[in-house]
Design a protein around this ligand. Structure first.
Ligand code: SAM
Ligand code: SF4
Length: 348
């Protein structure tokens, strides 16, 4: 895309805006491209080419870039991966980021495998919120989709995280023919524990190359399925209630016999786009700034960083990268038009 002055993002006292005047307030930072699971929609089972460790941003580099983004108006940071909990000395990084002035929210996405051990220390280090992936409550299905995951470990991790006082969201990729019969059970499981269930439409990342045991289950069918599980109840849009500033749209189940605060989030990049309200950009583990999950565009921040760039130079590189943030995305269920990158390389 040719660069034109009109694309320059503006700092209007409101924070960083892109060319469509969307305010970018939320940065997702991938800490690693490695993972202790091999979820079928996210990573190949074998032959994964891992990035050499010296290419990964160091904690000093992550903190420096986080400060730059905070100067530009970002207020929320989420740590992701790959699996962020396998990054050595994660607690040290959390403590450093939690101490940054102007940061309003620090959260982490995890598969939950290691949470039983580290939930309490993470909370003490200053982490505020957790998103935990949980695609199935059936141990065999869980193993099938994650290829390595043990459901009992994740459930123990969730207990530990709840005891540590975390606000927790449960993320399930809804897949037709695999777990579309579990939406009601996952909602009940979450609501009984004061957690917020969220269902994600399956995205054909890596140009649709990854194996998935089923198909896209669209948002409209998710809503119909949840309502069918709770007779006489209806889902109504919930505004301003569930904490978080991400891509999910929240719905509240209302009707007889429904628990209090029965809210559910739907993340619908395939059938109900949310690009016009997108407030996010992503930093890969090697310092690539990705303005959109669904496009392969990226700007290398590590090279100027390691070449000794000043804060002003980095600010300008980020502003220019933001000027190229696309208006929206489209990709077909076969992966056509979608990104070549796999989710594990950028963090979802
Ligand atoms: N390892 C952590 C986890 O699993 O939560 C963080 C990284 S993971 C890439 C972040 C989220 O992306 C997870 O909730 C995962 O289910 C989701 N995800 C991965 N591949 C996906 C795909 N192809 N379509 C939809 N969601 C996907
Ligand atoms: Fe690992 Fe998360 Fe991808 Fe599963 S979704 S393979 S846990 S990075």
């Amino acid at each position: 895309m040719a660069f034109e002055p009109r694309h320059l993002p503006v700092l209007a006292g409101l924070g960083l805006q892109d060319a469509q005047a969307r305010r970018v307030t939320y940065l997702r930072i991938s800490l690693t491209d490695r993972c202790n699971y091999r979820c079928t929609y996210c990573m190949p089972s074998e032959g994964v080419e891992l990035l050499p460790k010296p290419q990964l941003l160091t904690f000093e580099e992550i903190e420096r870039l986080a400060r730059v983004f905070l100067q530009l108006g970002v207020r929320r940071l989420r740590l992701t991966g790959g699996e962020p909990t396998i990054r050595k000395d994660l607690l040290e990084l959390v403590a450093r980021l939690a101490a940054l002035p102007d940061l309003e929210d620090l959260s982490l996405s995890t598969n939950g495998e290691l949470l039983a051990e580290i939930a309490a220390p993470l909370r003490r280090a200053g982490l505020q919120r957790l998103n935990v992936s949980l695609d199935s409550l059936d141990p065999e299905r869980f193993l099938r989709i994650t290829r390595r995951g043990r459901l009992d470990r994740v459930l123990a991790g969730l207990d530990a995280a709840a005891c540590a006082g975390f606000v927790i969201k449960l993320n399930a990729v809804a897949i037709r023919g695999f777990n579309d019969d579990e939406l009601g059970d996952i909602c009940r499981f979450a609501w009984e524990r004061g957690m917020i269930p969220r269902f994600i439409e399956l995205m054909p990342m890596a140009a649709g190359e990854l194996f998935v045991p089923g198909e896209l289950f669209p948002a409209a069918e998710m809503r119909a399925r949840i309502e069918a599980e709770f007779p006489a109840a209806v889902l109504v849009p919930a505004t301003g209630s569930a904490p978080g500033w991400g891509p999910a749209r929240y719905w509240r189940l209302e009707g007889p016999g429904v628990p209090a605060r029965a809210e559910v989030g739907l993340i619908t990049p395939m059938t109900e786009h949310f690009c016009d309200t997108c407030n996010r950009v992503r930093l890969s583990s090697v310092g690539g700034l990705h303005p959109c999950l669904a496009h392969d565009d990226a700007t290398d921040l590590r090279t100027p960083l390691r070449a000794g760039a000043s804060d002003e130079t980095l600010l300008e590189v980020v502003r220019q990268a933001l000027s190229g943030k696309r208006d929206g995305h489209w990709f077909g269920i076969d992966g056509q038009g979608g990104p070549q990158k796999a989710m594990v390389s950028i963090g979802g």
